[in-house]
Write a protein that binds this ligand. Structure first.
Ligand SMILES: [Zn+2]
Length: 618
């Protein structure tokens, strides 16, 4: 945890152009710098860096962000490492005090890292010199683990006996406490005995992304239980987010392009031994969203490796469900099921790198696994079966972020069921509407953005709102949503258009539903004096509407820039008229519930205007 003030100060002292320019060739073009995007392959430059906004954006792949984000993505650094690198450049010292804790607490964490590092050294030394080492060495040799791999992964040996590590490391009371706190030894208070957690095991140090030892995994030698044992949760180790082998994978690979997710440490080591250097293992927990986020930050391709049996398939299905909300365009996930009785360790030793990588290439893409699994128990030929399939699939597909991938999944379902894609979306939207008694009042169309090119979907997103808000009429709503969509698209092209917007128009639109995002954009443009689309987009970077806005920017532009001001005015005027009608309807319902003689003068005036405007529209 680093204080936000420090990050502000750091970014203030950093020039993004300098940071980018030392890594990407940039050319000054007008206000901005442009170059070939480092995040996707391209021949003509669509990558732009703004010096005044201290922001980069790629019109090709939509990569965008600050200098900090650039470093994280380009150098594939974690947040803290990127902060440290920037601070180094800026000659600033990253403050040691964290918002979580006092300096004492940080000292304590440092001491825990130290004792873990020393423990790793102890185990490594035992593998070389302990009188019982033969059993451990035989185990590793039988698995073809070379000295080089053992060194790279820091493998060690916890000899048999109750307190080898404890006796060696706990020279002081502080060390005694630290060994307990780091999970290396266990203290039995009743008997007042302290003993080593790991005994008679091959030891696998678990390192964080910076290479610090944060925990251990131990594999039993011989028949004892449990076969695998991990460190407990400690101040420096959180099972649900750490991945065994990630540090080593990054160290041993020039450029990671994919990660292979396996179950055990020995799988990771055996794969590395066979020159497959991109395997990682979760630590005795199911794959979490946090695991996946971390991996997708480094690579766009994941392959999950599971046993071919039922348990393996169920675990794979769980991983798929966790992955769906993270499947943004450009990311891929595949599923490899191993032959009976094999694990990656045994298989790669038997078959070697080429055959194993061939298997990886054959792994089922997420859509195949998804539809195969869903179809397995359904008679897809019957009408019932088709309906059942779409009912099972659509709620899951709806978890996928809007984009081409989601659209392809819907189309695939459409092919399987023979139901038109827009019908599927409509059906799932109305199901959702029925089961959500009170949909959020604002931004129905914005929180459910349309996939690019899917006008029907967009309308359906709107009709979900219709079903839940009685005052709305769906045909008018669709027209309204389209107009808001157009206005926002124009603003994204030319933020200055917001100057045509006066306060009166603002409050008129505010009175009705459906233009919340449009108004917010206008407000942001005026308040922050935003002049470039990139900057406008940047302001929405952390918002759920970001993808929707980005898609709008991407859409083909039919209008010429010179036509924009007039068109914008036209659209806004129509919106104003529709809003007045709509808020009028709400008001009317309210007014009509009151006897005329109980109305105030202004309410009577409103009612008269309402009647007049209804009349005019007919
Ligand atoms: Zn790009």
């Amino acid at each position: 945890m680093i204080a936000p003030e420090f990050i502000d100060e750091l970014l203030a002292r950093t020039d993004i152009v300098e940071v980018v320019q030392s890594r990407v060739v940039l050319k000054k073009t007008g206000q901005n710098y442009t170059g070939l995007c480092p995040f996707h392959k391209e021949k003509s430059p669509s990558f732009s860096v703004s010096q005044d906004k201290q922001f980069y954006y790629c019109f090709g792949c939509q990569a965008s962000g600050s200098a900090l984000k650039f470093l994280m993505e380009f150098e594939r650094l974690e947040f803290l490492a990127a902060i440290e690198m920037l601070a180094g450049n800026a000659g600033m010292q990253v403050p040691q005090t964290s918002s979580q804790g006092s300096p004492e607490r940080n000292e304590r964490r440092k001491s825990i890292y130290n004792i873990l590092e020393q423990s790793a050294h102890f185990y490594q030394a035992q593998l070389k010199q302990n009188s019982h080492k033969a059993q451990a060495i035989d185990y590793l040799k039988a698995r073809g683990v070379s000295g080089e791999i053992a060194r790279d992964f820091g493998l060690g040996y916890a000899p048999p006996g109750w307190d080898n590590l404890y006796k060696d490391q706990a020279k002081t009371n502080l060390e005694h406490d630290l060994l307990i706190e780091s999970g290396m030894v266990v203290n039995n208070k009743d008997e007042d005995k302290t003993y080593d957690r790991f005994r008679d095991r091959i030891m696998f140090p678990i390192r964080d992304i910076r290479g610090r030892v944060i925990a251990f995994g131990g594999r039993i030698l011989g028949e004892g239980q449990p076969k695998y044992l991990n460190s407990p949760e400690t101040p420096v180790f959180h099972k649900g987010r750490e991945l065994y082998g990630l540090f080593e994978a990054r160290k041993r690979t020039q450029k990671l392009t994919q990660l292979l997710v396996v179950e055990g440490y020995m799988d990771v080591v055996a794969l590395a031994q066979n020159n497959i250097n991109y395997a990682v293992a979760t630590l005795g927990t199911a794959t979490s969203g946090e695991h996946l986020e971390r991996m997708f930050r480094l690579v766009s391709r994941l392959v999950f490796c599971f046993d071919g049996d039922n348990a393996g398939r169920n675990a794979a299905w769980k991983a798929l469900a966790v992955a769906l909300p993270l499947m943004r365009d450009g990311r891929s996930a595949r599923f490899l099921f191993l032959p009976d009785g094999e694990d990656p360790d045994s298989l790669v030793r038997k078959e070697g790198k080429d055959k194993f990588e061939w298997r990886l290439d054959q792994a089922q893409p997420l859509p195949d696994f998804f539809f195969n699994k869903l179809q397995a128990d359904i008679d897809i030929k019957s009408l019932d079966g088709k309906a059942h399939l779409s009912n099972l699939a659509m709620p899951m597909i709806n978890e996928i972020p809007s984009g081409v991938f989601k659209q392809l999944m819907i189309e695939q379902l459409s092919i399987l069921t023979g139901l038109a894609a827009d019908k599927l979306v409509a059906a799932s939207a109305s199901v959702a509407a029925r089961y959500v008694p009170s949909a959020p009042k604002s931004k129905p169309t914005m929180s459910e953005p349309a996939p690019p090119g899917a006008q029907d979907t967009f309308q359906q997103g709107m009709s979900r709102q219709d079903l839940t808000s009685p005052a709305n009429n769906s045909r008018e709503n669709i027209e309204f949503a389209k107009l808001v969509n157009m206005a926002i698209a124009m603003l994204l092209r030319q933020p200055e258009l917001s100057q045509q917007f006066d306060e009166k128009a603002y409050s008129r639109l505010e009175a009705g539903p459906g233009s919340e995002l449009l108004l917010e954009l206008i407000h942001a443009i005026v308040a922050r004096e935003i002049t470039s689309p990139v900057m406008l987009l940047a302001t929405w970077q952390d918002r759920p509407e970001f993808d929707y806005l980005r898609d709008l920017i991407e859409q083909e532009q039919l209008l010429d820039v010179s036509e924009l001001p007039e068109e914008f005015t036209g659209v806004i005027n129509t919106l104003l008229r529709l809003t007045d009608v709509q808020s009028g309807q709400l008001l009317r319902a309210d007014l009509l519930s009151k006897p005329f003689d109980e109305m105030s003068e202004s309410e009577r005036e409103m009612l008269k205007n309402l009647v007049k405007s209804r009349h005019n529209r007919k």
